[in-house]
Write a protein that binds this ligand. Structure first.
Ligand code: ATP
Length: 514
């Protein structure tokens, strides 16, 4: 099965099992807006909780915040979003489809990278055990030629974006002979700028003065509250403020399911540090965030850092943590060294001082900021994509199983009485009641036990407990593990203790702290 087919199946599965629905589906949907169903909302909440607790509970010096979506309009002037939060767009005149010009170029680069990978695979097949990938890449003339082309393209892209030179960007698209995937032609318009912020109006005031924006990032709510939190919490630098919440961007190209949405959720943490120490903290947070991702168990080889070609106007270092989604390596989280840009701009625009007074050096200064910013929906997609498996079993049958991290699964323990009578349902309910306030449980007595196992596998339930006639006598149940399908007999009195390390967020957090 191709990755595209697998991804299509995943989207179908997400709907069938109540994870993700298209928004306003009965009205044919609203493009790039999605709703989370009965199981999706739990998975999303648990992922958010895992992030939140890894920030706020694990660190003494990181506190939380919940700022409003609406903010004073001047905030977005100060932040640079009114003037600079633009994407370069280009239309194909034949298909009338609109694209992000930089994304078209990045996709062309990805195609070249795939060519290199093909050469590497060929080399590996030829040389077998003795194959040295690094040496092969350094010496193979085909690879060298493709790599030179990639380097040249990246440099031209970087320069055209940095200088906002849209003629050059259009020329790059023409030179790379990029065609529209729909029409197959190279009949492109000029490249134009498009502001991504949604605007609305407040109260009865209309016109320029009354224009409000739906926040395109949660970060600014943190910056404008920097002193409120620092003073009321008597925070000492370095310290962080974490926040999760909705953000809105009028994305030009909305594709790839919940990867690029117009309404989405961010989880951001701004870490305030002394000037001069920011690059050290930048390195620290890169390592910490990668370790957090690895702790989810979505595959350590599926992450890579990608340094930004074009640094945003506010950054002196920036990278993405990319995840290997079914459609390739793409940004999952951004880590940015934002300097003192934001606080300085808010000082200028508000006329208020946003300084930290260091009692030791008796100096006051505008702190520097390291930002970690992850999209919750993208994390959700990465989790689902890593988990979704179509499996052929030894007996020739097939199953779809969601290998979700057990501590974020929407159902963690299924209680399954073997049959619907003889006191088995009552015992199953009794066990469920003893577990329900600690774990997420589901009771299911419908259909054969085999069918019920398949249903729970497809939902991602890590543990099934089956209650049979023997249970009434020996006070034991059968515990079945989702991934291995191994079964073990376990005394009812020991269930809780056995499940705790497998299923609790606390165990995962403790593992993180080490
Ligand atoms: P991209 O290059 O993919 O548009 P970005 O660099 O603009 O992303 P940031 O501004 O750094 O993204 O936002 C931080 C995080 O917010 C991203 O790493 C991503 O996980 C998430 N995010 C940004 N835009 C969207 C979106 N349209 N839909 C879902 N998540 C998003």
């Amino acid at each position: 099965m191709t990755p595209e087919e697998q991804f299509k199946n995943l989207i179908g599965h997400a709907k069938e099992y109540g994870f993700v629905f298209q928004s306003s589906e009965i009205y044919d949907g609203l493009s790039a807006v999605y709703d989370y169903g009965q199981n999706g909302v739990i998975l999303k909440n648990r992922l958010r909780e895992y992030w939140w607790r890894a920030m706020v509970q694990v660190h003494d010096n990181i506190v939380g915040l919940d700022s409003a979506i609406f903010m004073h309009p001047t905030v977005w002037k100060a932040s640079g979003h009114v003037d600079a939060f633009n994407d370069p767009l280009i239309d194909n005149k034949d298909s009338k489809k609109r694209y992000r010009a930089d994304v078209l170029v990045e996709e062309a680069i990805a195609k070249q990278e795939a060519k290199i990978q093909k050469e590497v695979d060929k080399g590996r097949a030829k040389w077998g055990e003795s194959f040295d990938e690094a040496q092969f890449k350094a010496t193979n003339p085909n690879v060298a030629r493709i790599q030179a082309k990639i380097n040249d393209t990246e440099e031209r892209l970087r320069l055209s974006l940095e200088n906002a030179d849209f003629k050059a960007l259009q020329q790059l698209i023409l030179d790379l002979e990029i065609v529209c995937p729909i029409s197959g032609t190279r009949n492109w318009t000029d490249v134009r700028q498009f502001n991504l912020m949604f605007s609305t109006e407040m109260g009865a005031v209309s016109g320029e003065g009354g224009t409000l924006y739906l926040r395109p990032e949660t970060a600014q709510g943190i910056f404008v509250n920097f002193l409120n939190v620092q003073k009321s919490g008597r925070m000492k630098i370095p310290f962080g403020i974490a926040q999760t919440g909705k953000a809105f961007r009028n994305e030009i190209v909305a594709r790839q399911f919940i990867f690029r949405m117009r309404e989405f959720e961010q989880m951001e943490m701004q870490y305030f540090v002394a000037p001069g120490s920011e690059l050290e903290w930048y390195a620290t947070w890169k390592a910490k965030r990668l370790a957090w991702h690895h702790s989810l168990g979505l595959g350590a080889d599926k992450y890579r850092f990608h340094d930004h070609l074009k640094l945003a106007h506010y950054a002196n270092a920036a990278c993405d943590i990319e995840y290997q989604f079914p459609f390739g390596f793409k940004e999952l989280e951004g880590i940015h060294s934002r300097t003192d840009f934001d606080l300085t701009r808010h000082e200028q625009f508000s006329g208020r001082k946003l300084r930290y007074f260091d009692t030791e050096s008796e100096a006051s200064y505008v702190p520097y900021v390291i930002e970690t910013s992850i999209g919750l929906d993208r994390l959700f997609l990465a989790t689902l994509a890593a988990a979704y498996t179509e499996e052929k079993l030894e007996d020739g049958s097939e199953r779809v199983v969601l290998r979700l991290p057990a501590f974020v699964a929407p159902v963690q323990v299924a209680l399954l009485p073997l049959i619907k009578k003889d006191g088995l349902p009552e015992l199953a309910r009794q066990i469920q009641n003893s577990l329900r306030f600690r774990f997420l449980t589901q009771y299911d007595e419908k259909d054969s036990i085999g069918k019920r196992y398949r249903r729970q596998d497809a939902l991602g339930t890590p543990v099934c407990l089956t209650i049979d006639h023997q249970s009434l006598e020996d006070h034991c149940v059968t515990l079945r593990h989702r991934d291995s399908m191994q079964q073990e007999r376990i005394p009812i009195a020991q269930i809780h203790a056995a499940l705790e390390p497998l299923l609790s967020i606390e165990s995962a957090l403790a593992g993180l702290v080490g």
